[in-house]
Design a protein around this ligand. Structure first.
Ligand SMILES: Cc1ncc(COP(=O)(O)O)c(C=O)c1O
Length: 353
């Protein structure tokens, strides 16, 4: 999976941001992604997948973590009367299970696999003891082993890990029923914007040039459609045929472990459990905004996952504090250890100032 690092030198590459198209010259697949093991529907994005499931199940209550991204809530606006929130602490764990006393049979609980980490089985069991169903949101855990184990549904968002413009995969595990909607194509204008962002970023990574991909990516993110929209043929085929998932997973773990060795005091997770494949390397520090700005000056672009949406009640203090201090260092398959070393050196030098 050194496929893209061959185009970059550790000194001048842009680290972070949308994935650029870097398909291999010759096909390698077919590959068998995790969702192949279950009944699944391939939609345009995870928002559409979550929306579709809720429309299908019509749960009386939807239980959401106090730490989540605004895009989930915006996509579910019409169900907001059913929202309830449960507490997530600064280690991204569920802080307590007292809220389960208010959960009823037939409710839906959304569990997020933050940064690639799955929740523990005892939490899953205790949620099930209420009679509620679980949707495991694996948008940040595309390559982690065991997604969907012991839950009813799971959802993936491949473009957070790979250079595809669209995709949101809804899986129904074991006997859980899958909706059977008539899917239409996503809007052409939105899809083309997202596609161009991926293609132009790929060209930029190889030959430099302009950065129009950045605005295109931002525009496509904020205009993401939510509805009965299918994944594009382009992304569907690429996911089946182009990406060597095992190689991508091991490059991510390798890079993560390097960062964990050098930046452990800021890390949320220092260890990577077997089978966990990280989205990125989340760190927490009070001078987050200043450091992030300095990293921008060095062409390193950590994302913030996430600012807490205004709909989250004020009582979830830990989630709010975490949102002010967290940022995600990129450690994905595009980068070699030299890139990780450059990032570490810059961070440690900046923090000493
Ligand atoms: C945990 C989680 N779930 C769902 C989504 C929505 O994914 P998509 O952009 O594919 O709709 C996101 C997007 O940021 C996310 O981080």
């Amino acid at each position: 999976m050194e496929m893209s690092s061959r185009h970059m030198s550790a000194s001048d590459s842009v680290i972070g941001g949308v994935f650029g198209w870097v398909g291999p010259a010759e096909h390698q697949g077919p590959f068998h992604p995790l969702w192949d093991q279950n009944k699944h529907l391939m939609l345009a994005n995870a928002r559409s997948a979550i929306h579709l499931l809720i429309e299908f199940l019509r749960p009386a209550n939807i239980w959401l973590p106090s730490y989540l991204c605004d895009s989930i809530l915006l996509g579910l606006e019409e169900f907001k009367e059913q929202f309830n929130f449960y507490p997530v602490n600064s280690q991204l764990e569920i802080s307590d299970l007292i809220w389960l006393n208010a959960v009823s049979a037939g409710d839906l609980v959304l569990l997020i696999d933050y940064f690639g980490w799955r929740p523990d089985t005892s939490t899953i069991d205790q949620i099930h003891a209420t009679g509620a169903m679980i949707l495991e949101d694996a948008s940040q855990a595309l390559l982690t082993d065991g997604i969907g184990e012991s839950v009813e549904y799971s959802v993936f968002s491949p473009r957070k890990f790979l250079p595809v413009p669209d995709g949101g995969i809804l899986c129904a595990i074991d006997d859980s029923l899958l909706p059977n909607p008539l899917l239409q194509e996503s809007p052409d204008s939105w899809w083309y914007q997202a596609f161009q962002a991926v293609i132009l970023r790929g060209q930029f990574d190889q030959h430099h040039g302009d950065r129009s991909w950045f605005k295109l990516f931002q525009a496509s993110e904020s205009a993401a459609p939510v509805g009965h929209y299918a994944i594009s043929e382009f992304s569907r085929r690429a996911l089946r045929f182009v990406f060597d998932y095992a190689a991508i997973a091991s490059a991510r773990v390798r890079n993560y472990l390097f960062l964990a060795e050098h930046l452990s005091e800021f890390a949320i997770h220092v260890q990577v459990p077997p089978g966990t494949v990280p989205l990125g390397f989340p760190i927490r520090l009070s001078e987050r905004d200043l450091l992030r700005q300095r990293l921008f000056d060095h062409e390193i672009f950590p994302a913030i996952h996430w600012a807490v949406p205004s709909a989250i009640p004020m009582r979830f203090v830990e989630s709010r504090e975490l949102a002010n201090e967290i940022m995600t260092l990129p450690c994905d398959q595009r980068y070699a250890i030299d890139d990780m070393r450059r990032m570490v050196d810059i961070i440690l030098a900046e923090l000493k100032k």
